[in-house]
Design a protein around this ligand. Sequence first.
Ligand SMILES: Nc1ncnc2c1ncn2[C@@H]1O[C@H](COP(=O)(O)OP(=O)(O)OP(=O)(O)O)[C@@H](O)[C@H]1O
Length: 501
Amino acid sequence: MRNVLRCLRQLRPAFQRQDCILISDLVAETPCHFEKRCHIHSSAYRVVDHAETNLFKNHSFVTTTRALSIDAAKLTSRETNRAGPLVEYERRIANGELVEGDSFQVDTLRELQRLYDELVESADACQLDHNSEKPVRSGWLWSRLLSHPSHSPVRGLYLYGGVGTGKTMLMDLFFYQLPSNWRKKRIHFHDFMLNIHSLLKKHKGLADPLEAVAGEISDEAILLCLDEFMVTDVADALILHRLFTHLFSKGIILVATSNRAPDNLYEGGLQRDLFLPFIASLKERCVVHEIGSTIDYRKMTSGEQGFYLVGRDLSGFLKQMFQQLIGEGTPTPQEVEVKMGRKLHVPLGANGCAYFTFEELCDKPLGAADYIGLFKNFHTLALEGIPIFGLQNKSAAHRFVTLVDMIYENKVRLLCTADGSPHELFARILTVTEAKHMAPRTSSRSRKNDDSDLCVDDELGFVKDRTISRLTEINSKEYLEQHAAMLAEKKDGVDQNVLEA
Ligand SMILES: Nc1ncnc2c1ncn2[C@@H]1O[C@H](COP(=O)(O)OP(=O)(O)OP(=O)(O)O)[C@@H](O)[C@H]1O
């Protein structure tokens, strides 16, 4: 009811222009109550039943009006169709926060705007009632989102394309334009899958634990935005189809960004045939849109800020920089809690800054859960001795890619020493296609030196561009400003809590 009233209040100008006929079953309260709550005079609107709407088609009152209100939510969207991601994008360009993007970004925004409008139309279904702890999911608007014989469900969006083309930025723009009290969640894919595995543990023993997991997720959010959808793990690949069958049947609307087209997800993975039904349902429930652009906007960031040091024997210098960032504190060994009851040893840490050698963080059986736990506790990472990657240290390269994703996602400040520039680190990693196109070496000596450690790996070869692009941005002035702003925001939050306490 509260939502209907809010919709109606927003429509007040339309009522006052006598542009609307109100359908009575949307106004569960008596007209008198409605007038009082919405401050609308009885002469400004007319109430009819749904069944009566046909009768008004040729009615003089209706034909002279601008809009026949068939449902209040639809009209609200029409009235407010100057809101949403497209308008916000234009506003940011006008403000100089964004540069005028290519036509591919605008085409992508049109898709996001389409979804925004559809969601606003189905607003009731996505909102959380503040008075109840459980989400409200009753009413005909809710049912519109579910598979209903007469209503097709709202289709989400699967957005894929090249690195740095703005997929995450555009998805976030869409996400944060939707009201904050909606049942929506935006999460990195790694984090999402970790949550799934811990929920599975919690529901172990049930006949279908995945259904219970899907129930918990859909209680929290109906709009699920997953950043960087990628499937590399066989355990993830095997549960995704069943998980999303439950999620979609519970009305979840998925928006995802990825570097991979749906058909290329988990390419070459073990037991991929069991993963294929997931691709089919993904395509059915999401509009698949390729951003198409080749512009890496990260390359537009200003030059390096000196936190990425190339060369050997720079560990003394790195430790000095680390100490400067810590200030007065003395770094000590520490332990942080990571997911599923595990602990991660931090060799040196103080004042939100952690120090690791590359071996300590990427040459041990650690993964996304450990890195997420680390960055919940530390906002700055000093990493000593990133090597050139190749066949010999392929597993460490995989971990490093995950580490950089988590650094970027959490806006962590990275200072590091490396054996080469970001490009040089990955120069020996090739996709199968790249390897086929490589010119054969002429001298056996150069082949021995250069090719012996070449690593032909489609998965790594595919993600290396993202890691190079991110490492470059992480060392830019703009990124470090965002990091500083995030710290200031957190500090304000803490200060505010102290004041309130
Ligand atoms: N039109 C634009 N104007 C200014 N900056 C932009 C624009 N588009 C994207 N960016 C910036 O470029 C950087 C990369 O964008 P984003 O992370 O959204 O790319 P992505 O396609 O998700 O990349 P990846 O494939 O690596 O995940 C971000 O810092 C983003 O804010």
